[in-house]
Write a protein of this length. Structure first.
Length: 153
């Protein structure tokens, strides 16, 4: 039986994943084929958990409901990680996105550094078109909802 104990993302990866980074998530469709989806609403809630806003109408959510196994490729400047884990729909309908999304938590079970010695990787980025800068405020609300409430002691 496979070990499904949590794996820790390194601190610099958790810091990178505080919101607004481009990731690719791979799910498994009903025929057993991998399906990839580009995601930007991804947040590291802690070193063992990523949260993702997933469109309710998407194949990715349909796939995750049927088979919760997922893989993510995280790409940034001089940063390239492969993550694998099990997804759980924590909230069927988020409040902050401008279209219907579920809040999905991915409990990380495997972390692999895909960086190669001597290679400087330049990660993907995105910006808003002129006149669409207001979307940054929408994103901040989505990221806050993905992070969840501040822990209390």
């Amino acid at each position: 039986m496979a070990d499904t104990s949590p794996a820790n993302m390194p601190p610099h990866l958790v810091q990178f994943l505080l919101g607004g980074q481009t990731c690719v998530i791979a799910t498994i469709d009903e025929q057993g084929f991998p399906q990839t989806t580009l995601m930007t609403w991804v947040v590291a809630r802690n070193p063992q958990t990523l949260t993702v806003a997933v469109d309710l109408r998407s194949r990715a959510l349909k796939n995750l409901r049927a088979n919760p196994r997922a893989a993510l490729e995280v790409l940034g400047d001089n940063l390239c990680y492969g993550l694998r884990g099990t997804a759980v729909v924590e909230k069927d309908r988020m409040q902050s996105p401008p279209f219907p999304c579920a809040l999905v938590a991915v409990h990380i079970e495997d972390v692999r550094d895909h960086a190669a010695a001597g290679i400087a990787f330049k990660g993907p980025t995105y910006t808003f078109h002129p006149g669409k800068e207001h979307r940054a405020g929408v994103e901040e609300a989505v990221f806050a909802e993905l992070k969840g409430p501040t822990p209390t002691i």
